[in-house]
Design a protein around this ligand. Structure first.
Ligand code: FES
Length: 71
C-alpha cells in the first residue's frame, strides 16, 4: 500500500528501511526515502508504520515484510 503518494513510497519500503537500514525516526525516513517532504499529508500514516516497524524490530519478532507484501 502506498503511504506517500508524492514520492511513491510504500508501507513495505518503510518497513524495509527500518529493519534493513536502521532508520529510527521520521526525520531519518524523510531523508532516506523522501517521505513527507512535499505535501506532508503522509506524515501521520508514515509515523504509524514507522512506530509499528520499530516495535517489531525491538521485539525481535521480525519486520513482517512478507505479511505486508502479501496484503
Ligand atoms: S503524500 Fe507524502 S509528501 Fe505528499
Amino acid at each position: 500500500m502506498y503511504v506517500c503518494v508524492c514520492k511513491g513510497v510504500t508501507c513495505g519500503e518503510i518497513r524495509s528501511a527500518v529493519c534493513e537500514q536502521g532508520v529510527g525516526s521520521l526525520r531519518e525516513l524523510s531523508r532516506q526515502l523522501g517521505v513527507a517532504t512535499q505535501c506532508g499529508r503522509c506524515a501521520p500514516c508514515a509515523r504509524r508504520v514507522l512506530d509499528d516497524a520499530l516495535g517489531q524490530r525491538e521485539n525481535a519478532s521480525g519486520c513482517g515484510l512478507a505479511a505486508d507484501v502479501a496484503a
